[in-house]
Design a protein. Structure first.
Length: 254
């Protein structure tokens, strides 16, 4: 089965006429809606795929640093569009399977957002709701961590904390699902996202734009993809027992 969806976007001076998503799945009828975690089941299914530009793709931005250049450097390469030269795969896309029921548990150890040379690392991550977050300052200078809920207007501040050079760690509970956008009020080029999940079936694309979501019960689901510039897209896919369904997100430039 091949399905298609289109969306019109304009971004960073790069016009995207259409973002086309092709979902490749089995041709048999769905065996029912997705349900609980299928770990250890012989009929467990999975969804694998890639998010990529078939042809031309935007170059990484070169951002001039205007403050604390001795520590930060004179410029940074932006992370909004990190595209593989090999397969044109797009990094930092969060892919979620909707409609699959399963228990989600916060990790025992805190998740980390690092600040090194005036750059957040990782740029995008997805974590379970209820996770404890440690925000680290390795720069020996003042940062100010300002977290918003993305997509709200006016911006909805979740927390806003100064982190001077002697304060190496700030801890924060991520107790609400959604997209958290992190900015530094001292260094305006710094940006990161943490997507807090209430669903255990998710992945973030790697350097090749690839992802894999295992341990699904056979059935029909909605696959949702989120990117900080492209936004959120959704489409249905069917997975069969013991098989993988491939999802290829092809981004078509104007």
């Amino acid at each position: 089965m091949v399905s298609e969806i289109r969306i019109v976007k304009s971004m960073l001076g790069v016009s995207l006429a259409a973002l086309t998503i092709f979902l490749f799945a089995g041709t048999s009828k769905p065996s029912g809606t997705g349900s609980e975690l299928a770990a250890g089941r012989a009929d467990a299914a999975s969804i694998v795929g890639v998010v990529k530009f078939p042809d031309d793709y935007p170059e990484r931005e070169k951002i001039t640093v205007t403050k604390d250049q001795a520590t930060c450097g004179a410029f940074k390469y932006g992370e909004r569009f990190v595209v593989s030269d090999i397969n044109h795969g797009l990094k930092n896309v969060v892919v979620t399977v909707q409609g699959a029921r399963g228990k989600i548990k916060a990790p025992d150890a805190p998740v980390t957002l690092d600040q090194t040379k005036c750059q957040y690392t990782p740029h995008v991550q997805a974590v379970p709701v209820g996770s404890d977050l440690n925000i680290l300052n390795n720069d020996g200078l003042l940062h100010n961590v300002h977290a918003y809920f993305d997509g709200t207007e006016p911006k909805n501040t979740v927390f806003n904390k100064a982190q001077p050079k002697f304060l190496k760690k700030i801890s924060q509970k991520l107790d609400k699902a959604g997209v958290y956008h992190f900015k530094c009020d001292v260094h305006d080029h710094m940006s990161a996202y943490i997507v807090v999940m209430d669903n255990p079936y998710y992945a973030v694309t790697n350097e090749m734009g690839e992802f894999s979501i295992p341990k699904l019960r056979p059935g029909s689901y909605k696959v949702q993809a989120w990117h900080e510039i492209l936004g959120t897209l959704e489409r249905e896919v069917t997975v069969e027992a013991g098989k993988s369904s491939e999802v290829v997100f092809d981004i078509l430039p104007n």
